[in-house]
Design a protein around this ligand. Structure first.
Ligand SMILES: Nc1ncnc2c1ncn2[C@@H]1O[C@H](COP(=O)(O)OP(=O)(O)OP(=O)(O)O)[C@@H](O)[C@H]1O
Ligand SMILES: [Mg+2]
Length: 1038
């Protein structure tokens, strides 16, 4: 901000010159701009007036980024900039719905045109936009290259000097979008067409055409590429300029012409005119014997006639003769060579000048908002929507003071006097308005009012312009010198007018005989009267006008209307024309709110970083900047709205810090009193505080800087706390949000679950009711469920042992499945069981199976024995070493048990130990271990036992064994013993279960014995004479 920049004021000066302590000092003023210029700060304010010093180098602050930064900001918040002026103007126009204008002034080369282009660009980029206005923005911008090509030229002071004054209105609709534009042009320097000083050029377009046109165009225009072939482009001897690219510029012009909808025919005619002027310059004349002018090369005239679309003979005649009307009789009067040359140049100037006017007219047609026409028709449109506001841009020549000053400088400087007057009036008016609006009493300002000089020039009958006109019109021999005498006669007593004759001896040395001097507000300028009459007359012979008015070139025809010829009144002189248009301009500007850009040229060499103090001091003077500052400083140097002021400085007073609760005006009052502002040093307006002296503000600002550092620490810690708290709040809000969302989700889920449950239950019931029907959609799920749950239950309660024959209840539909599953499970269990059996156990099982095959359902007591496992190892404790020693070598006792043997003589019971080996059955005396009988397996004929529950069996020995006979044995483990023997001896087929109640057996000596079986109460064996009686108590209770 501006106040912020006050801190650096030692280095970069103040941004606003009203803050200069010594505002009367030109030197202080100068040093301030110089300081800033050295820092590349080319912009400085005097209040709201922008001073711009041409940097002569590209500076980086014109980017879109910068345009953006200046948009809609408070004027004083950003460093001074031409964009700030643009923005402020645009915003005022929109906010107050008022017309605005920006007046750009300064001497040639000071940067006026550049500034106006930056503003136009800013307005184009930053104004409201829509599809419709894009093309109008394009046209507004593209009008510049065209006007510059035809109206700018290289001069000593500026390679791109505008040789005409330009005022451009940009129209905005009620939404702030540009909808059209209008250009007014002033006083084109036509003399440049026919004459250029050495080192200067004609208007750019001539060189652009010669350099940039293709062969075809050149030959059609009958031109050669070389500018030095043409008189009008060769006088300055500098057709080529390093800073100018004519070829590229010509392309730009052609493009711009298209954008602005110039028809190909228009463009062709336009370029034909330019070419015809070049050719005209090369027309030369010679005197014939009678001293009359004749054209040297008539084919040149032919070319021109072709290009301008006029008659060759007519043109030739008009260039060498003039028609004089005397006594109602027309006479052809030949011209002298001098007169012919004058006529030629006059024609060139007239054609070019009028073409330029036509161009502006044409541009205006293209810039007129198309809506205007339609809008006018639709009368129902509301006033507001029809409402348009304009921003005017005035880029007009600044004060010119040359070594030799002529009519042109006279006009230009007059123009600047008028602008200065406008400036004074408007600034003072503005200032007064502000005081009034703020309720502060006005303090009269001392300033120089230049109205007196304006009057000197323009006053009716008494002013210089009218005196000049009078000289031009009056019959008789009027010359520039008679004009000078007339001046001395009429305004000789005016304090701002001096001539050689009127001046004192000292002055006479500086003023020539044919000169007069005006004391302008900006300084003294001496004008040479030479050419004043001619230039003011701007005479073009009637014959040439006639020739042009019948041209087939539409532009020429339009520019020289036939109606002009029939008017009896003499055409207005240049001087009064200029006065009229200038006063019209003043009216235009008066009706608008002005802003000012004052351009300064830092050196004459077009060099960067060079600040010529003398040169700048001169400009500061004649731009009236000191005057400007004085007006602005007459009352108060500084003013800001209460809000802004209080906001910045409130930390300096405990009562206003950190907040002042009351109205800000009251707050400022409190603050100023606390800061000990003296009465008269400040005033409180309605909305603004006014401070008279910059030093008051500086002291406050310096105090603020110190206070700021103190506060920084406090603010930092407060900020940290605030940030922490903010973080916490954010987090807490997030948690609340999250948990409420989560609850919502849970509730939604529960609801869905319940709904599903209801549906499931309903479906389940339906399924149950239809469960006996064949599978259908109603019961499918139910049946599936039943099946599934049945299988699951079955899985949980499978019988775990082979012996468990239980099975869960199967639903009707699954009964068969249940049976199959049970079987499958049993098979599985058995397989597992079998796999899990050890070899010994397997062997035992095999024995049990064998036992089953032999005894099942054949011998009583078998079923009871099944559960008792068979002996798997010989009962060794019963064995005696002697017995083992007796066994055949290589054999092992595979089975052994104690038995009772009944001998064959008297059937005496004897205790014996029975041993079975792989080869034979041995019977030992259990007491002494002597072998009593050995029956080899080969010899064993069979084994017999009864079907009853007794435990007696007979081993049938071979019949030829007379000695011993069969062995009758009683064993506690009868089933076991017989099974073992049958297996080891492989005699399972030879076991006989006898159920006819007696067994016969062989006895020694070939006799036969008999065993009879009886069922009784006790088990007993008794002998009879013929055999044994076995009583079996074993009863089966089937
Ligand atoms: N802001 C700027 N940044 C860079 N260069 C600039 C700036 N302003 C002006 N110049 C340079 O100075 C030259 C002259 O500027 P410009 O044509 O705007 O002067 P002028 O005041 O219009 O002069 P005249 O009265 O002769 O038309 C430009 O061509 C350009 O090179
Ligand atoms: Mg210019």
């Amino acid at each position: 901000t501006m106040e912020g920049a006050l801190t650096a004021r030692d280095r970069v000066g103040v941004q606003d010159l009203v803050l200069l302590e010594d505002y009367q000092s030109e030197t202080a003023f100068l040093h301030n701009i110089k300081k800033r210029f050295k820092e590349k700060l080319i912009y400085t304010y005097i209040g709201s007036v922008l001073i711009s010093v041409n940097p002569y180098q590209q500076l980086g602050f014109y980017s879109p980024y910068h345009m953006e930064k200046y948009q809609g900001v408070n004027f004083y918040e950003m460093p001074p900039h031409v964009y700030a002026i643009g923005d402020n103007t645009y915003r005022s126009m929109r906010n107050e719905a008022s017309d605005q204008c920006i007046l750009i002034s300064g001497e040639s080369g000071s940067g006026k045109t550049e500034a106006s282009k930056y503003i136009l660009q800013y307005l184009s980029v930053c104004s409201a936009s829509n599809d419709n206005v894009e093309h109008i923005k394009g046209r507004l911008l593209q009008s510049n290259p065209i006007l510059e090509a035809f109206g700018n030229a290289k001069t000593h002071r500026n390679d791109n000097s505008s040789r005409f004054g330009k005022y451009m209105d940009i129209e905005f609709d009620h939404k702030g979008a540009p909808v059209g534009g209008h250009i007014l042009n002033y006083l084109l320097e036509k003399s440049r067409v026919v004459h250029q000083a050495s080192g200067e050029r004609n208007f750019h377009i001539f060189y652009q055409l010669l350099e940039g046109a293709d062969e075809e165009l050149l030959s059609r225009l009958m031109l050669q590429k070389t500018p030095d072939k043409y008189f009008y482009t060769s006088q300055g001897k500098c057709a080529k300029v390093s800073s100018i690219n004519d070829r590229r510029d010509f392309l730009a012009v052609q493009k711009a012409l298209k954008v602005l909808e110039f028809s190909p025919k228009n463009i062709d005619e336009l370029l034909s005119i330019v070419a015809s002027v070049l050719h005209l310059g090369n027309v030369s004349f010679s005197a014939n014997e009678e001293g009359h002018a004749t054209v040297d090369r008539e084919h040149e005239i032919q070319k021109i006639a072709n290009l301008l679309g006029c008659q060759f003979e007519q043109l030739l005649q008009a260039l060498t003769h003039r028609t004089i009307e005397a006594n109602k009789e027309k006479m052809e009067s030949p011209l002298t060579v001098e007169q012919a040359l004058y006529a030629r140049d006059a024609l060139s100037k007239a054609i070019y000048g009028r073409m330029f006017n036509w161009l502006v007219l044409k541009l205006n047609g293209s810039l007129t908002s198309k809506n205007d026409v339609i809008m006018a028709l639709i009368t129902s449109q509301s006033q507001d929507r029809m409402r348009k506001n304009v921003i005017g841009l005035l880029d007009i020549y600044g004060f010119e003071i040359f070594k030799s000053n002529s009519f042109e400088q006279f006009c230009i400087n007059f123009c600047n006097e008028k602008l200065q007057q406008l400036f004074i009036e408007l600034t003072l008016k503005q200032e007064q308005e502000e005081y009034r609006a703020e309720g502060i009493e006005w303090e009269p300002v001392e300033y120089f009012n230049n109205k007196i000089i304006c009057d000197l020039v323009e006053e009716r009958h008494q002013g210089i312009i009218d005196i000049l006109d009078e000289e031009c019109l009056r019959p008789g021999e009027a010359t520039d010198n008679t004009f000078l005498s007339k001046l001395e006669e009429t305004v000789g007593k005016h304090p701002h007018f001096i001539t050689h004759a009127l001046g004192d001896s000292k002055m006479r040395k500086t003023i020539g005989y044919e000169e007069f001097r005006l004391v302008h507000y900006a300084g003294e300028v001496t004008y040479s009267v030479k050419g004043f009459l001619d230039k003011n007359n701007d005479l073009l012979y009637r014959d040439l006008k006639v020739t042009m008015s019948v041209s087939k070139n539409e532009i020429v025809k339009e520019a020289f209307p036939a109606t002009e010829l029939t008017k009896l009144k003499r055409p207005e002189t240049v001087g009064s024309q200029f006065r009229t248009s200038l006063n019209r301009l003043m009216d235009i500007l008066m009706s608008k709110e002005p802003s000012y850009v004052r351009c300064i040229k830092p050196n004459d060499a077009k060099m960067a970083d060079r600040f010529d103090e003398t040169l700048v001091r001169h400009q500061v003077k004649y731009l009236g900047l000191m005057e400007n500052l004085r007006v602005r400083r007459a009352g108060f140097a500084y003013r800001r709205t209460h809000d802004i002021f209080l906001n910045r400085y409130k930390s300096l007073c405990p009562e206003t810090w950190p907040h002042y609760d009351g109205p800000s005006r009251k707050g400022v009052d409190v603050l100023c009193k606390y800061l000990d502002y003296k009465e008269g040093e400040y005033r409180l307006g309605k909305t603004k505080v006014f401070i008279r002296f910059p030093r008051t503000l500086f002291a406050t600002e310096d105090a603020f800087q110190i206070r700021k550092h103190e506060l920084a620490t406090t603010i930092q810690s407060v900020f940290r706390g605030w940030r922490q708290k903010k973080k916490f709040t954010t987090m807490r809000n997030a948690v609340t949000l999250l948990s409420s969302q989560w609850k919502k989700i849970l509730a939604q889920r529960l609801k869905a679950k319940r709904k599903k449950a209801t549906l499931d239950i309903r479906k389940f019931i339906l399924g149950f009711m239809t469960r006996l029907k064949p599978r259908c959609p109603e019961n499918a799920d139910f049946l599936d469920y039943v099946r599934y749950s049945y299988l699951m239950r079955a899985k949980e309660s499978l019988p775990a042992s082979v012996l468990d024959k239980s099975w869960i209840h199967s639903p009707a539909a699954l009964e068969e499945t249940g049976k199959l599953l049970q079987q499958l499970n049993m098979k599985n269990l058995m397989l597992k069981y079998v796999k899990g059996v050890s070899p010994q156990r397997k062997a035992m099982m095999e024995e049990k199976v064998l036992a089953s095959a032999i005894f099942r359902q054949k011998k009583k007591g078998y079923d009871e024995s099944v559960a008792n496992p068979f002996q798997d190892k010989p009962r060794v404790e019963q064995l005696k070493p002697k017995m083992l020693a007796t066994i055949d070598s290589g054999e092992q006792a595979l089975y052994c048990c104690s038995v009772t043997k009944y001998d064959r003589h008297g059937y005496h019971p004897r205790a014996r130990t029975l041993i079975i080996t792989s080869g034979a059955t041995y019977l030992f005396d259990s007491k002494d271990g002597k072998l009593k009988q050995k029956i080899s397996h080969n010899e064993l004929r069979g084994i017999s036992t009864s079907s009853l529950g007794d435990n007696v069996f007979v081993l049938h020995a071979p019949s030829d064994n007379k000695e011993k006979g069969d062995a009758i044995v009683q064993s506690t483990f009868v089933i076991e013993t017989i099974t073992k023997l049958a297996r080891i001896a492989k005699k399972d087929q030879d076991v006989k279960i006898v159920d006819n109640s007696s067994i016969l057996h062989d006895m020694t000596g070939g006799k036969q014995g008999r065993i009879d079986y009886v069922v009784g109460n006790e088990v007993s064996v008794t002998k009879t004479k013929t055999g044994l009686v076995v009583v079996s108590s074993f009863l089966h209770l089937n």
